[in-house]
Design a binder for this molecule. Structure first.
Ligand code: ADP
Ligand code: MG
Length: 320
């Protein structure tokens, strides 16, 4: 099967067609139109076999994750997904693999009405690069730089599941079958928080998605907003499965330091808290207040039940 046949059979024939795609797959470029009054947000992420996912990860999970991590970046900006392109490097043309990959890719893309409009297909080590684009109403992008001392720090969903899922898939953690299924799914099938992202427009003062771990990613907000923060470790939202799988200290460690959760971390001023509560309730979004920002510039303080808490034992090297 040649490059062109792969594109034609697995990628060109997708059911979802957006009106703003004037020209999709098949020409030298895709041509699209951005609605008036909207800004265009663009993001790219690459996943490489053996680096970003274990070699034995199912094709369905790889496709889901490759698109989901980009959707998560759009969510973190408050953008609404529109289009994506796919640069695929494949060691060989394995039709079974491509079948699972493309089915899963289009399941997720149709769910979020994001259309595949082009890409590139080459032979080489397995690697997937997705570039995704979305719309944000003029000047409403949720940046990392807007937080102020006093703002409350929130996170959507639960933290730490994906980190435990990774240790399970590496054979370094063994848990009950139910917990294993849940935690490994949280690693392989992250749910991008797009609804939360758009609900937070004009309410959150800053926002980021958690890809590298809470303690590391919060530092991006602290640096770009020139603030400090206190996080109350006992408030970290943990899933039932994670609490059942490991002891509480270990669960906190996963929640603080492991990546791949793709939840949103955001700040809200005290004045906006009422609007936040309404927006979260209206959209049925779970978010937990885990701390507060302060003026101690670019310093993160962790507290557990009113005592200083440190991550020393964790093999956690990113954070200082
Ligand atoms: P060119 O030689 O002009 O780069 P290609 O032969 O690489 O064109 O691609 C032909 C068409 O197929 C283009 O519209 C391109 O965007 C699209 N395409 C190539 N690979 C993929 C892919 N993996 N997914 C979606 N579209 C693709
Ligand atoms: Mg090309």
């Amino acid at each position: 099967m040649k490059e062109f046949d792969v594109i034609e059979r697995f990628f060109a024939q997708q059911s979802h067609q957006r009106k703003d795609v004037l020209l999709g797959i098949g020409d030298d470029c895709a041509v699209t139109s951005v609605p008036e009054g909207q800004n265009l947000a663009t993001t790219t992420d690459t996943l490489i076999a053996g680096v970003h996912f274990p070699h034995d990860t199912p094709a369905e999970a790889i496709a889901h994750k490759a698109l989901a991590v980009n959707l998560s970046d759009l969510a973190a900006m408050g953008a609404e997904p529109a289009w994506f392109s796919l640069a695929l490097s494949l060691p060989e043309v394995d039709e079974n693999w491509l079948e699972g990959f493309s089915r899963s890719l289009f399941d997720l893309s149709q769910y979020y009405s994001i259309q595949l409009i082009g890409g590139d297909t080459v032979q080489g080590p397995l690697s997937i690069t997705v570039t995704a684009q979305g719309f944000i109403p003029q000047d409403q992008a949720l940046r990392r730089s807007g937080a102020s001392p006093g703002d409350l720090l929130y996170v959507t969903g639960n933290l730490g599941d994906a980190g435990a899922g990774l240790d399970i898939s590496k054979g370094e953690l063994s848990v009950s079958e139910n917990c294993e299924t849940y935690l490994v799914n949280r690693l392989n099938y992250p749910a991008p928080r797009l609804l939360a992202g758009t609900a937070l427009r004009r309410i959150a003062s800053s926002c980021i998605d958690i890809s590298d771990g809470l303690a590391k990613d919060v530092m991006h907000i602290l640096k770009q907003s020139d603030c400090g923060a206190k996080i109350f470790v006992e408030k970290l939202p943990l899933s039932i499965a994670l609490k059942e799988a490991v002891d509480i200290e270990e669960a906190y460690r996963y929640a603080l330091s492991s990546g791949d959760d793709y939840e949103l971390l955001f700040t809200v001023s005290e004045e906006q808290k009422g609007n936040l509560d309404i927006a979260l309730a209206n959209a049925n979004i779970n978010a937990t207040c885990i701390g507060q920002l302060n003026g101690v510039k670019q310093k993160l303080e962790l507290r557990l039940n009113d005592e200083a808490y440190s991550l020393q034992r964790s093999g956690f090297e990113h954070f200082n």
